[in-house]
Design a protein around this ligand. Structure first.
Ligand code: ADP
Ligand code: MG
Length: 260
């Protein structure tokens, strides 16, 4: 219950800075060196994502979407620039700290599902808990994650006994089981037919609306992009638009403007 002794909300807000963005990139570049050839996959990318946002990373093939996701997911480091995750400069972390962030704060979902083929749905979902040494209620938590994606009746099926959409649900349960802050999904509907893709989008929408999970979601499909509230458009390693408009074409509607 509120009491007169508690600080006034107005006073709090004038005294404290706004909380740091969950994701903040500043002038991030990525150069791949292959022998004597350099590929400039990202050429100075800056943006913020607040907690609870659902953002689409859009743009043509080769524009740097996956490179950007690898950096946000702490799977790869920028060549230059900075990345802060929940206010922490990721560039200052060692390999163990990066692995811990990946394991505890981030859930990954990929186009190809990336499930262990010989393991049951339940075992696939338990794996992140096994890797993080988190044995407490392991089975119960994995079952709860599978129930949350509508697969409570498929616990003991192996991937080849499941449809594509069901396999992607297992992958989403695996991404959720550690209760991450962020889900990173790289073309998660890219291998699915339209109807199944729509079901997977419904699931992401629920995670966004009901659990307020922050989602960064790569797609080059405008049908998918139009269901996502915010779009960051990449072209040739640069942000060419960052908008909340309906997606009507493959290209951003707004004229090109520098990244914020
Ligand atoms: P997208 O996901 O938008 O298709 P990528 O991030 O995969 O784009 O690739 C951006 C550019 O970087 C492309 O030119 C691609 O060929 C290049 N690239 C991506 N990964 C590597 C790598 N590991 N080594 C060398 N070049 C790469
Ligand atoms: Mg890609």
């Amino acid at each position: 219950m509120a009491t007169a002794e508690q600080p006034m909300p107005e006073k709090m807000s004038t005294q404290t800075e706004k909380p740091p963005a969950l994701i903040r990139l500043e002038n991030v570049t990525k150069v791949y060196r292959m022998g004597t050839v350099e590929v400039h996959a990202l050429r100075g990318v800056s943006f913020e994502v607040q907690e609870g946002e659902w953002v689409a990373i859009m743009g043509p093939s080769g524009s740097g979407k996956s490179t950007l996701m690898n950096i946000i997911g702490c799977l790869d480091q920028p060549t230059s620039g900075h990345y802060w995750l929940a206010g922490v400069d990721v560039g200052t972390l060692n390999d163990d700290q990066l692995a811990e962030i990946r394991n505890k704060r981030i859930g990954f979902v990929f186009q190809q599902f990336n499930l262990l083929p010989r393991a049951t749905a339940l075992h696939n979902v338990e794996l992140p808990l096994i890797y993080s040494g988190d044995t407490r209620n392991r089975r119960e938590r994995a079952i709860a994650a599978l129930e949350a994606v509508g697969l409570g009746d498929r616990l003991h099926h192996r991937p080849n006994e499941l449809s594509g959409g069901q396999q992607q649900r297992v992958a989403i349960a695996r991404a959720l089981v550690n209760d991450p802050d962020i889900i990173l999904a790289d073309e998660p509907t890219g291998n699915l037919d339209t109807k199944t893709g729509a079901e997977i989008m419904d699931l992401f929408r629920r995670l966004h609306e009901e659990r307020r999970i922050t989602i960064v979601f790569v797609t080059h499909d405008p049908e998918i992009g139009r269901q996502i509230p915010r779009h960051i458009w990449l072209r040739d390693g640069l942000i060419v638009a960052d908008d909340r408009q309906p997606v009507e074409t493959m290209e951003p509607l707004s004229k090109e403007r520098p990244s914020p």
